[in-house]
Design a protein around this ligand. Sequence first.
Ligand code: SF4
Length: 714
Amino acid sequence: MRAEPCRTEQREQRIATCPLCEALCGVLVEVDGRRIREVRGDPDDPFSRGYICPKAAALADLHDDPDRIRTPLIRAGAEWREASWDEALERAAAGLDRVRRRHGRDAVALYYGNPVAHNLGLLTHGLAFRRAFGTRNVYSASSTDQLPQMLAALRMFGHLGLIPVPDVDRTDFFLIMGANPVVSNGSLMSAPDMRRRLGGIRQRGGRVVVVDPRRTQTAAVADEHLAIRPGADALLLAGMLHVIATEGWMRLGRFAGRVKRLDALTAFVRDLPPERVAGRTGIAPEAIRRLAAAFAHARRAACYGRVGLCTQRYGTLAAWLLQALNLVTGRLDEVGGVLLPTPAVDAVGILGRLGWRGTFDRWRSTARRLPEFSGELPVAGLADEIEHAGPGSVRALITVAGNPVLSAPNGRRLDRALGSLEHVVAIDPYLNETTRHAHVLLPPAPPLARPHYPLALGSFAVRNVAKYADAVIPRTGEQRHDWEILVELGGRALAPRPLRWLVIRAAAALRPERILDLLLRFGPYRLTLARLRAAPHGVDLGPLQPGRVAASIATADGRIDIAPEDFLREARDKLRAEEDRGAPDGLVLIGRRQLRSNNSWMHNSPRLVKGADRCVLLVHPDDAAPRQLLDGDLAVLESEAGTVTVAVEVIGAIRPGVVSLPHGWGHDRDGVRLRVARLHAGVSANDVTSERHLDTLSGNAAFNGLPVTVRRRS
Ligand code: SF4
């Protein structure tokens, strides 16, 4: 951040990065004292070039939100009282210590929400905090999102972070599966202004093809939309690979000699010609053959899949076959294909060199027997781990920037389970649907009060860039950053009393900026924090380079495993049986991402929730008519897990047999202190999704493809 010439005596313009999502848009923030007056796109940002989405303007709402908690709170029965930091931290730590002594260290669970990935301090200090608690009950939003892609990367390339990014600015054929980047601006692919980038592909004479049960905003600007049946992406990819294998179109390019078990993959897909997968996928054999040929023969092509592809029953198999498609058509590690960025801080490389590449299934959760992934368990099993009696059950929880009651499957059950815990500590700026269960709430300083550097997200940017921004409005003396709270809480709860202050002071001296400076100095460009401060709009480090994947493969033998044993077994045993099952008889549910929403936590911004209610159920006219449903009618949506009543929108832009509800809504629970959100409460999709409907391999939540019924409310 640099102060530029004042426009008025009080107003100053500061240069920053929007911290709300993965797109990393540069913003100019006009401040007046400690108030935010305006947020605009920064035309001089080399990555986003002035683009912002509507959420950026709401940063002001977030900063000045009267409902944002500013003082630590301690619960006394149904009431909250304000407390000093010292009292609140002491109370929080004492409760955690008590539970650990009484029930053992696994009795304290940790939950990390999605905003952690955007928070420099939580990234520099979060891992040590987690390690210090030493609990096996660690959960995060990853298992409602990208776990299948991380598992596929671990098994194929030997490191959970080796997830190649589509080279969107140079590709000629962009195949998008279960993602809506025109709305998201990329996920595991930081790509601000995706609409312009997709337009660029078409201007170059290229093609964009979208595979999605819904005609999304991205599908609407694509050349072709294939409305797949939910949950069938892995079968579609297998059908495409069948065509490519049998037609002799496979070419491994730079990976020839570095891929093992290709014969096992080809043997598996041989039995899945387009004619056999057409019924289950809902895509005609000719269309599958045409798509496979177009992808294989395009000069440059990239296949990308995201949340819709992951959050289904065969999410890991889909993530695996997607990378296999890129690999066998010579798209991996090539310009215009899928590449690994070279970020200024190579977080993936550093972790790899430290021996932390990821782990899978070293242990299982106590109640559900769900597999561990890199020290975490799937959040779909958290309610079971709380509710089961006996050794290993969870008795206390620390949440960090998370709201699993609205974001995890069967949130209603989790809501009830949280109410039974002995001790809950929330590090969160809001009293929301989850943190209302806290016994102590520790509110961090707001996002614009902290420095920003995309430590994790640089590894997924579609161009190599580096940008550091100091706090727009530095925190006050009474405020604490999230990382400072972790340090104090961890020190008080875990360090022996005589050493407590020494430990806390030593950890606090390692400020995130210091760590960042060190990491930059040892990074591939040998940058420093001072150099980045001198270039406040950011530094363009050039396009993604081919060869990075080849240099980064971290498997024991240095070769890519294109058909991991456990994946292949699962595919043979279960996925192949799916193909005979044909279309589901009834309706199935899918989610959807919304431009003015960010999971569960932006609904208290007046400018983002204004206008017509957006928490509506999309229903195709063919499904609405027999149920006598008209636009605006209330319908009862029911699954094995629960029921909600929601307004419907009858719309042709969704596949018949599929209904869609966005997640993150449902703000009408007692005790929630979000006054704007309550006026636009909506319903929680996760009151309907099931904690039993999971990706078969990773345990990631399978929100999509859940059987449901819909009827008109009488
Ligand atoms: S796309 Fe929107 S929310 Fe995301 S970084 Fe850009 S402005 Fe912020």
